[in-house]
Design a protein around this ligand. Structure first.
Ligand SMILES: Cc1cc2nc3c(=O)[nH]c(=O)nc-3n(C[C@H](O)[C@H](O)[C@H](O)COP(=O)(O)OP(=O)(O)OC[C@H]3O[C@@H](n4cnc5c(N)ncnc54)[C@H](O)[C@@H]3O)c2cc1C
Length: 403
């Protein structure tokens, strides 16, 4: 019996497991010869990109609903170590290590939390489903709190994509909690010179227009030095009263990437070849936010489900191909898009690494909704054939431009 072990049940891990099952099926190899096991600390597949939304129902799918029909075993445990010599993985609470012949490492990323006093205790975030639920419950509970200067103020820190989505969705949440006509404030702060500085000159004015229309105040060029229960202190000494502080500043690859004897990039990611095998390793592949390579031969892949899902499909295909001496397929994605939610104002759809604006407002929102509710979900009808077909190692076309 040979063993394929996939670590992680996010976009990269889930699609790696389905991709491996698909390739085994294609080769006519049954579970008596190769066992595929997915290890995740959570029994859920989280549609993590939706964690900024007001409504989180349907953003977590039981992994078993997908893995069951394709015969992938699931182990619920937190990975703690990897012995690359013996080819086995240690997990908290499991007395026996899990052996592997081929490994896909897909343990994702975490919000970077610098040691700012009070940040860990007082700030909310939208990094995980649980954190997003906690934030939404807190917002819904604002009317029960004592009136204070910062009670109805939400300060989102981090003017990148996640911070912009978290801030622009906030008016919807505040109106629902406080009632129409109640006064509230949403501030989006960043230490950089611009909100959405990575979005480029063409897209930034669209973000600014949406923020103006939604009544969101931008505070670029500020640096937070302390957070407490009633607000934040800036490096200038200024106080911003805000009983809701949402930290959205940066992602780091899972710290378990440190286990690998390779040089990681500044995000802590492992270098992989286009076939997703970790450079210099014999049996270990990596996919999703833990891995980087030049996705079109030039540009590094981005920590995103846009890249994590195809990386997973190819990693799954390639672990099986590698195990059976079949040719591995290189992943090459020659397009890049950004579809940014801008709350009730709509959305912004850009194409290319320079982020040229294609559609805005309601038209872009239709694209965003199709992505968030359909495109990134696995088939949910329990059909083995549909699941295996969806994991084919091909690159999807970009999301349709809607009008
Ligand atoms: C609010 C928000 C909005 C986003 N918007 C977009 C967007 O619009 N477009 C886009 O492309 N990307 C977006 N992203 C980024 C995207 O969500 C990530 O890039 C994507 O989730 C990465 O997939 P992954 O499988 O590599 O990792 P993850 O989704 O992080 O999955 C990691 C998996 O590993 C498991 N795990 C972690 N540690 C352990 C351990 N020690 N032991 C066992 N299991 C473990 C976790 O439970 C999880 O199943 C957004 C992210 C956030 C937070």
């Amino acid at each position: 019996m040979q063993r394929i072990l996939v670590l992680g049940g996010g976009f990269a891990g889930l699609w790696s497991a389905i991709g491996a099952a698909r390739k085994l099926d294609e080769l006519g190899i049954g579970p008596d010869r190769v066992e595929v096991t997915l290890v995740s600390a959570s029994p859920w597949h989280s549609i993590r990109v939706r964690n900024y939304e007001a409504e989180l129902d349907g953003t977590r799918l039981p992994l078993d609903g997908v893995l069951g029909p394709i015969g992938v075993r699931r182990v619920e445990a937190a990975v703690t170590g990897i012995d690359f010599q013996r080819r086995q993985v240690a997990c908290a609470g499991l007395s026996d290590a899990l052996p592997y012949d081929r490994l896909v490492f897909a343990l994702g990323s975490q919000l970077a939390r610098p040691p700012i006093p009070g940040l860990a205790e007082h700030a909310f975030d939208v990094d995980t489903y649980d954190a997003a639920q906690r934030l939404n419950r807190h917002i819904a509970g604002l009317p029960q709190r004592k009136p204070s200067p910062g009670r109805n103020t939400v300060l989102v820190i981090g003017g990148g994509l996640t911070g912009i989505e978290a801030a622009t969705e906030m008016p919807v949440k505040l109106r629902a909690a406080l009632g129409e006509g109640a006064s509230w404030k949403v501030i989006l702060a960043d230490h950089k010179q611009w909100i959405g500085s990575d979005m480029g000159d063409e897209a930034r004015p669209v973000i600014a227009e949406a923020m103006r229309a939604l009544g969101i105040e931008g505070r670029p060029g500020v640096s937070i030095t302390a957070v407490d229960a009633t607000g934040v202190t800036l490096a200038s000494g200024e106080r911003i009263p805000a009983e809701t502080v949402v930290w959205c500043a940066g992602m780091q690859a899972n710290p378990l990437t440190k286990l690998f004897p390779v040089e990681r990039d500044r995000f802590g990611r492992l270098p992989v070849a286009p076939d997703l095998k970790v450079l210099g390793m014999a049996a270990e592949f990596a996919a999703g936010d833990v891995a980087w390579f030049a996705v079109d031969g030039h540009k590094s892949c981005v920590m995103s489900c846009q890249h994590g899902r195809p990386m997973g499909r190819y990693a799954g295909h390639n672990v099986v191909a590698d195990l059976f001496g079949e040719p591995m397929l290189p992943l090459n994605i020659d397009w890049y898009v950004t579809v940014l939610d801008l709350g009730a104002w709509g959305a912004l759809y850009t194409t290319g690494w320079d982020r040229n604006v294609r559609t805005t407002g309601a038209a872009a929102k239709l694209t965003k909704q199709t992505i968030n509710h359909q495109r990134i979900y696995p088939p949910l009808n329990g059909s083995r054939d549909d699941l295996l077909a969806a994991a084919a190692p091909t690159v999807q076309a970009p999301p349709a431009v809607r009008s």
